[in-house]
Design a protein around this ligand. Structure first.
Ligand SMILES: [Zn+2]
Length: 407
């Protein structure tokens, strides 16, 4: 396999998690009598442009199925984050009635609703039917397509170039990152701004976040590599922000290469910090598997110990990262009888691979567990507040990444 950005043959394996089903392929009760497709889950690193990427194995349309169950609006913290971002951008870029805001992968409209409320024209792009119709109900026009160069050119032909193009947690999920970036370039008005948010590779390495690896997540990105990809299509990064979301994300601000805007000092500073962390040295990537294995082994040891002691442990949060962790560790219902989740679209379904049932939070309260394993550790604080009633009754909370912690 060759690097998806620069074409260099990939010779270094960064992480090998065996084989797993797509992490958002939740099962219905009927599905339990059928087999599940497992795909290899292996990540490589390019020693030329340092793009960390999953091994090729399947088409994107097999992963993002029409019944895709992730609705952004179910996380209150995420909604707040989106509203703050919209207010800041409207002010910073002076957006108004004559502007156009495009969001690629607009999901259920969790972000664009803020622009609709401010009377700023917007357009969502979302290939997943269930979330796209939720966005349309909020008054957001949605194109139900995958974004890339072709769609970018189509928008230009229709006179729909954007003053602001937003891509939150989509850039890492596109199989053809070069084509997608050419699409951004095409759809951007002269003088316009692109902002992308993606989990920062430096944090993944630093905090053993191996469970953020799943099939739908094709690339693991540093500022260094994203700058290179942008440069290759005629775009330039002029500012960056480090965000706490998803265990440490980057927000990059980009413009056309010939835009007169000056780059903020944050760009050079962060590039330097990445270099200090060794992100352009193969040694920084070797040994990561060992960290992943330690997290997995510690979790298994904990679950087995509690089982022997007759304690009740259940999970919270049917998130993609939880599925990676549970499937790599081989955890089944004997060690974790159910996982609770607030999203109605996931309740009464089963986790892919482990086939652990997903139940409503009310069931969790009835069950009186001794421990709740919070799978999306990035929102652990929020979950603990939601489940304060359980804590009052003596339940304790556990997170497994970056190391097993009981709180
Ligand atoms: Zn490369």
């Amino acid at each position: 396999m060759n690097c998806r950005h620069c074409g260099t043959p990939l010779t270094h394996t960064f992480l090998d998690l065996g084989a797993a089903p797509p992490s958002n392929a939740y099962l219905s009760a009927d599905d339990l009598s059928r087999p599940e497709l497992h795909y290899p889950l292996k990540v490589k690193v390019c020693d030329c442009c340092w793009l960390v990427q999953t091994e090729d194995y399947a088409q994107a349309d097999e992963l993002f199925r029409p019944d895709y169950a992730y609705f952004s609006s179910t996380s209150t913290g995420w909604l707040r984050h989106a509203a703050q971002y919209a207010q800041t951008m409207i002010h910073r870029l002076g957006l108004g009635k004559d502007s156009l805001v495009i969001e690629v992968a607009c999901n259920d409209g969790y972000l664009l609703r803020n622009f609709v409320a401010a009377d700023i024209p917007c357009l969502g792009i979302e290939p997943t039917a269930s979330t796209a119709s939720a966005a349309e109900q909020l008054g957001i026009p949605v194109l139900r397509e995958f974004f890339g160069e072709q769609l970018g050119r189509q928008l230009v032909a229709q006179g729909r170039q954007a003053d602001l193009i937003i891509g939150n947690n989509v850039y890492a999920h596109v199989p053809d990152i070069n084509d997608f970036t050419r699409g951004l370039k095409a759809a951007l008005k002269p003088g316009g701004t692109i902002t992308l948010e993606f989990p920062h590779l430096m944090e993944l390495l630093e905090h053993s976040q191996f469970d953020t690896v799943y099939h739908e997540h094709f690339s693991y990105l540093s500022l260094y590599t994203v700058s290179k990809i942008f440069q290759s299509v005629g775009l330039r990064i002029w500012d960056t922000e480090q965000l706490p979301t998803h265990g440490g994300s980057l927000r990059v601000f980009a413009c056309h290469s010939d835009d007169p805007r000056k780059a903020a000092s944050t760009v050079a500073d962060l590039l330097e910090e990445e270099t200090r962390h060794g992100l352009q040295i193969i040694g920084a990537y070797e040994g990561f598997q060992e960290h992943a294995d330690r997290v997995k082994n510690d979790l298994l040891a904990f679950l087995i110990e509690q089982k022997k002691a007759g304690k009740k442990v259940v999970g919270y949060g049917a998130a993609a990262k939880g599925n990676t962790l549970l499937n790599y560790a081989g955890v089944k219902t004997d060690l974790l009888p159910f996982v609770s989740d607030a999203a109605p679209s996931k309740q009464e379904k089963f986790l892919p691979g482990s086939r652990i049932p997903v139940l409503a939070p009310s069931k969790l309260v009835e069950y009186h567990p001794d421990y709740v394993l919070i799978l999306p550790w990035n929102i652990a604080q929020e979950v603990r507040v939601q489940l304060a009633e359980l804590a009052d009754g003596g339940t304790r909370f556990v997170t497994a990444v970056p190391s097993l912690e009981i709180v």
